[in-house]
Ligand binder design. Structure first.
Ligand SMILES: Cc1cc2nc3c(=O)[nH]c(=O)nc-3n(C[C@H](O)[C@H](O)[C@H](O)COP(=O)(O)OP(=O)(O)OC[C@H]3O[C@@H](n4cnc5c(N)ncnc54)[C@H](O)[C@@H]3O)c2cc1C
Length: 211
């Protein structure tokens, strides 16, 4: 049976109007149990109005930082995401399962890798963990992130991403796309459809042909 551990909320803040970022206090005795790889998620459990609810949330922090942080976007009418965004507070306890999941690739410091990331809205969470981890631990790696949001104000982790872009200047490129706000360059308006992918692969993405 899945084992849950009671963890205290060390910090909770609103990253955007509808997204709360929660950091858990993991006691040193549990550090080995909660060891994780970029891309993995936590399962949280809470009794909400007499209902035992469990939901998964990707870790957006990096294993390098020894920090366990998730970002929860409030879904209209969503039970768990509304509880996290409207009720949960610093110092509260919540039950959390050890990290799990197979998303992502291992760190290989000696390899020359070129990562391409595509994310939309709260889908940035596991990608943020990867963008914090791979360039830091793979000195020859480059990363390109293509990130869609509705409006400029709703871009989750914009500030953190900009800081990372400065730290890994030249190795981390970020391209923002908006669906509900017009930008001057047409390419950066709208979702990743066939036409956009054709332009992106011609202009930004250089995939060498093999064979
Ligand atoms: C591996 C994994 C990782 C995840 N990581 C994250 C993460 O990092 N951040 C995050 O915010 N969420 C993440 N999720 C989604 C999360 O687990 C919940 O599904 C989400 O928070 C909604 O739960 P809820 O209880 O609020 O909604 P519910 O009460 O379960 O659902 C309410 C209504 O909303 C609909 N609904 C549920 N989810 C969505 C959605 N995503 N978009 C639109 N409608 C929806 C339902 O069909 C239902 O009609 C992840 C899910 C998985 C499986």
């Amino acid at each position: 049976m899945a084992e849950f551990y009671k963890l205290k909320v060390a910090d909770i803040y609103k990253e955007t109007e509808d997204t709360a970022v929660v950091t858990f206090e993991v006691p040193s005795t549990l550090h080995s149990v909660f060891k994780f790889r970029q891309g993995q998620h936590l399962t949280l459990k809470k009794d909400i109005n007499g209902e035992d609810l469990r939901r998964s949330y990707s870790l957006c922090s990096s294993p390098i930082d020894k920090q366990w942080t998730v970002a929860v976007k409030q879904i209209p009418g969503g039970k768990f995401s509304t509880y996290i965004n409207e009720t949960l507070q610093t110092g509260d306890e919540i039950e959390v399962m050890a990290p799990t999941g197979m998303f992502g690739v291992p760190v290989q410091p000696e390899k020359e890798k070129n990562y391409l990331f595509f994310a939309a809205g709260s889908g940035i969470t596991p990608v943020l963990s990867m963008v914090k981890t791979h360039p830091a631990q793979e000195p020859h790696a480059t990363c390109k992130l293509f990130y869609v949001n509705k409006t400029a104000k709703s871009i989750i982790f914009k500030e953190e991403l900009e800081q990372l872009r400065n730290i890994y200047f030249g190795r981390l490129e970020i391209y923002y796309f908006l669906t509900k706000e017009r930008r001057d360059i047409e390419l950066f308006n709208g979702r990743f459809d066939d036409d956009k992918m054709k332009v992106l692969t011609k202009t930004f993405i250089d995939i060498p042909r093999h064979g």
